[in-house]
Every structure is written in structure tokens, then in C-alpha cells.
Design a protein around this ligand. Sequence first.
Ligand SMILES: [Zn+2]
Length: 134
Amino acid sequence: MAIITGQICPYCNVSTELVDETEIYGEILYGRKYLRCKVNRDHYVGCYRSKEVKSLGRISNADLRALKVKCHVVFDRSWRDAINSNPHARILAYKWLSDTFEIPFEYCHFGMMDEAWCLYILSSFESELPMQFV
Ligand SMILES: [Zn+2]
């Protein structure tokens, strides 16, 4: 749990610290706080834009961040266009993902997934693109 919530860096097995966005990007880009590994400054994850500190998932290195973006680019197409006609399209898409890959719904977020999961899901998308949730 400490890993998928960004409290522990899974690469270095050390705790993380809360930092401002300027510590990550040198400027404000997304208006978030970040949890960052205390050993390697390239291991970090963004937090929700809320008063409570809640990470978007696990601490990631550059490779995992790129994989998460890829997963979202492919997967989000399944619900993004449908959201105007069906406000539940996004939830339905994540329910499909949860059912298809047998991941408990509350843990079915790309932000929580590691490299192996992202690669597995991406390779599955190539043969079985997620359905459109209209
Ligand atoms: Zn680390």
C-alpha cells in the first residue's frame, strides 16, 4: 500500500517527501504537489489537486512515466469522445479495464501500475482495443 500511494520509492526502498512543483519542473505547470524519492530526484509522482495530500499513484522513473502516458493515450480514447453523450463513460471504461484484467476496481489506475502491468496492458490493447463506451 505504501508503494501504490507514493509513500515509499519502489526503486530505492526509501520514504518520499512532499515537494512543490517548482522542485520538479522548475516552474508551475499543472498546479500540483509531488511526492519525491529522498534518494533519486527523478523518482516522483504528482498529487491530486486537493488540500489532502493524495498521490496519483506510485513513484515512477522516467520510463514508467512514459508508459503511463502511453496507456492513457490509448485507453482514454475509449471513453473521452463518449463522455458528452454518456457521463458514465469513464467509469464504465475503468470497470471494463478492471473486469478484463481482473484488477480490483479501487486499484485499477495506471498511476498505481508498475512497468510490467503497463507493458502487459499496452500489448493487450494492440490485439483487443477497449470498446467505446457510448
Ligand atoms: Zn527512488
